[in-house]
Design a protein around this ligand. Sequence first.
Ligand SMILES: [Zn+2]
Length: 312
Amino acid sequence: MRQTFQAPPAQKQLPTARLLRHAFLLAEANNVQDYRSQILSTFGTVMKMDSTKKVVKKLSGQGRGSAEWFTSIGNEYSQIVSFVLTCEESAQKLQPMCRGVMDRFQLAYQPVPKILYIDRGCCRDQGPTAAETMFQEWFDGAMVVRLDIFHWIHRFDAAVRTDSHSKYGVFKSALAGAVLAYNRTDLELLIKAIRAKDPDTFKSVLEQDVVRLYVTRGQLQHHVRRVTLGAQETFRLIHLAIEELKGLAGPEWRAINEMWVGQQRHLECIQDPPGMNMYRVARTTTINGVDLPYYKSLRGCNSLELKANESS
Ligand SMILES: [Zn+2]
């Protein structure tokens, strides 16, 4: 018996790429408000504001040369809460961004952040500081302003013409060590984990040698929390480090010492606020069968923190 088949429907002409793109954009237009809300729903309890000229240099086309500074406010998760491009780095020019962020927090019923890290303008001899002026409401809401520790340490770079001076590298790590100390319990746990690889061999290796020879910078950074030592102790330790540098002949030592005299007033500004937990546990890492918390620091800028460790 013969069967009859219906002919398949005629193929539709594929829409052009242009039409597809158009349809996609039309459909996405409905989501813009949602995306906008998502982007603007970034909050936090530890804010960091810093400025750089680097990003602006990359501007091309019509915008080229129209801005000098890129200033951003980030949170403890390294998310950008807001940013602005300005022609100068003044409180007046940054005010609208600060106002906008504070309004956004208020509209979303978010509490005032606990700390604001800044890279300049932390203290002033008279009158309100730039940070106070820009973040008046948050300041009134008991937010603490701190100077970014690693930014403060890098200020000493300006006093040295040749970064390659071997003594200066030692001095830089002495600076970091004078401000921040390693948490003993965390360090012991890390040493235990390293030793677990080969207990017999490591039995005879001294603790400090385990740290010196077998612990990587990354492991120290991620598994050992650091605490600020207090302004007095930091002063004492840096004073010692500078005395030790004295052998450094010529104007270099004088420049470093001058920097130190000028930067002493910020020793209080770089201390962790009392009672504040400066780390969060991001995950757990297992090293040689030993579980270690993987910490993320809430303090200052992480990329600078990395650099500070590299030089140690
Ligand atoms: Zn200060």
